[in-house]
Design a protein around this ligand. Structure first.
Ligand SMILES: Cc1cc2nc3c(=O)[nH]c(=O)nc-3n(C[C@H](O)[C@H](O)[C@H](O)COP(=O)(O)O)c2cc1C
Length: 503
């Protein structure tokens, strides 16, 4: 039997009809957990303390090469069943599952599959308006405002110097545009405040969610918000990545799944995924603020302490029996969701560059070392003088990559942008600092930038490093000293035992 015909080889692909059906049927966080259990992707951890132990276990876990997803149960001080999930999208396989691409994705396969996908999802999102259902599992328990105590749920204190317990890390926060009614979903961290009676939402200025809140403040003096704390990990992906402005993340999620997302409507008019585990609704008011943080962030540093964030005036809390929190703790990268951000941001920036009409763009990679934002690498097939700078400037300023970017490195197509060694080899050998580093000043930054000086505007500068062989010297540039890939393949096959048996 030829290798390609072998049934097991076909099954490993994970994109067969049966696998795709299982992916379509995930539905909610419970459906996802059941699938993870079934395919051996999940480890259950019992008896951990919400106070630092869960965070430390997550950190040890995500520093491993191929971390499993974790579900914490029997958390100290909490009833069995009140669980916390982490590492939901930390590997290519689980990211491919959450994105419904395949059951068995590898890093290379996923990157390839993502080449066109984000653009397609954005274009087709409006074909998947949410479906409002009269009742959903999230309404199994409804808690009125005066009885809300968020400490009833095992929100971890994730890092040693966090300013409190964070119920929202892998959450999704819904706001709307008061003019058009379009709903936006974003992942913003949420800290428990006032002995469980309040919660701060930390949205960076300029994010679509922040723009919506400000527009409501200007129009009505307050802004409606709903938050889901436990849902299909796809929501964490769409909420936490730069889905284009004006595209609802819920509709975008519908386009990913290929079916509309079921929601229930809160009293304030905003949706909550019907299968959510735990959700709140309420209002933000411009003068209702509270100190927030510090929090160990995706940059690998704690956020600042003095900040005031919006304090959500909660009017109702909803939860299923035995609710499950979806956690996504950041830290020094690689961390819980840095792989997800790198893969998604790379695909979105590549898509944006291709749509801009600039030719010859080959690969993009947003390195985890920069939290998937600070360091963007692009490879091109150089076509004309100035091409590499054009790509560098576009990459640094396109909405898909602009927020908190610090370095863009442009290299020739023979360099694998995803290999940091190769990337830095190109920087070291093909860029002359005097000629090839351009600086842009006063570009979009954030207080999350560890170099930001409190009390000053959150600008950042950025460097475009042109590490391409100078266009006019390409034919005379020193030849690269590596063996032809075809010869390497032959030699590897001939001395298979030397190279781990790989053909
Ligand atoms: C797990 C996770 C946590 C995040 N926390 C925050 C946060 O606290 N504040 C923030 O402004 N952005 C945060 N982000 C990034 C935003 O979710 C992201 O920039 C998103 O595109 C914002 O959406 P929006 O522009 O539609 O508002 C987080 C992302 C992830 C994946």
């Amino acid at each position: 039997m030829a290798e390609d015909d072998h049934p097991q080889t076909r099954a490993i692909d994970g994109r067969d009809e049966e696998s795709l059906k299982r992916l379509r049927d995930i539905g909610d966080l419970r459906g996802w957990l059941a699938l993870m259990e079934d395919i051996g992707e999940l480890r259950t951890v019992r008896s951990a303390d919400w106070d630092l132990e869960i965070g430390a276990i997550c950190e040890l876990n995500y520093k491993q090469a191929d971390p499993p997803a974790l579900v914490f149960d029997d958390i100290k001080g909490y009833a069995t069943g009140r669980r916390v999930v982490a590492a939901s999208v930390s590997t290519a396989r689980r990211l491919g599952i959450a994105l419904r691409i395949g059951m068995n994705e590898t890093d290379a396969g996923l990157v390839e599959a993502l080449r066109e996908a984000p653009g397609r999802w954005a274009r087709t999102a409006r074909d998947y308006p949410t479906r409002t259902v009269p009742r959903g599992p999230v309404q199994e328990n409804v808690v009125p405002a005066e009885q809300i105590d968020l400490r009833a749920f095992p929100a971890p204190r994730w890092h040693e110097f966090d300013g409190g317990r964070y119920l929202g890390t892998g959450c999704i926060v819904f706001t709307s545009d008061p003019e058009t009614g379009r709903v936006n979903g974003g992942a913003y961290r949420i800290q428990i405040q006032n002995e469980g009676r309040g919660a701060t939402i930390s949205i960076v200025a300029g994010k679509h969610g922040a723009q919506n809140v400000e527009a409501w403040f200007a129009k009505e003096g307050r802004a409606p918000v709903t938050v889901s704390f436990g849902q299909d990990p796809l929501m964490l992906i769409v909420g936490g990545t730069d889905v284009p402005a004006g595209t609802s993340e819920l509709e975008y999620a519908g386009a990913v799944i290929g079916a509309p997302v079921d929601v229930v409507l809160a009293d304030n008019g905003l949706p909550i995924p019907a299968g959510s585990e735990l959700a709140v609704e309420g209002w933000l008011e411009p003068d209702q603020l509270a100190p927030e943080g510090p929090f160990g962030e995706w940059t690998g540093y704690y956020s600042k302490t003095e900040k005031s964030a919006y304090l959500l005036q909660m009017s109702r809390l909803y939860h299923r029996d035995d609710p499950i929190i979806l956690g996504a703790p950041p830290g020094v990268p690689p961390h819980d969701y840095s792989y997800m951000r790198s893969a998604m941001k790379s695909a979105m920036v590549l898509d944006a560059l291709n749509r801009s009409g600039v030719p010859g763009v080959e690969q993009v990679w947003a390195h985890e070392a920069g939290g998937g934002r600070l360091l963007l690498a692009v490879s091109i097939d150089q076509r004309y003088p100035g091409h590499s700078r054009q790509v560098g400037y576009l990459t640094s300023q396109d909405p898909a990559g602009v927020y908190m970017n610090r370095y863009v490195v442009v290299v020739d197509a023979d360099v694998d942008v995803r290999d940091l060694n190769e990337l830095m080899w190109a920087v070291c050998t093909r860029s002359d600092p005097e000629q090839d580093i351009d600086i842009l000043r006063q570009t979009w930054g954030s207080g999350a930038n560890p170099l930001h000086v409190p009390g000053t505007p959150a600008y950042m500068s950025r460097a475009i490093i042109d590490a391409c062989v100078p266009f006019e010297r390409r034919s005379a540039f020193p030849r690269v000293a590596r063996t032809d890939p075809a010869v390497l393949r032959e030699v590897r096959a001939k001395w298979r035992e030397l190279f781990g048996g790989q053909p």
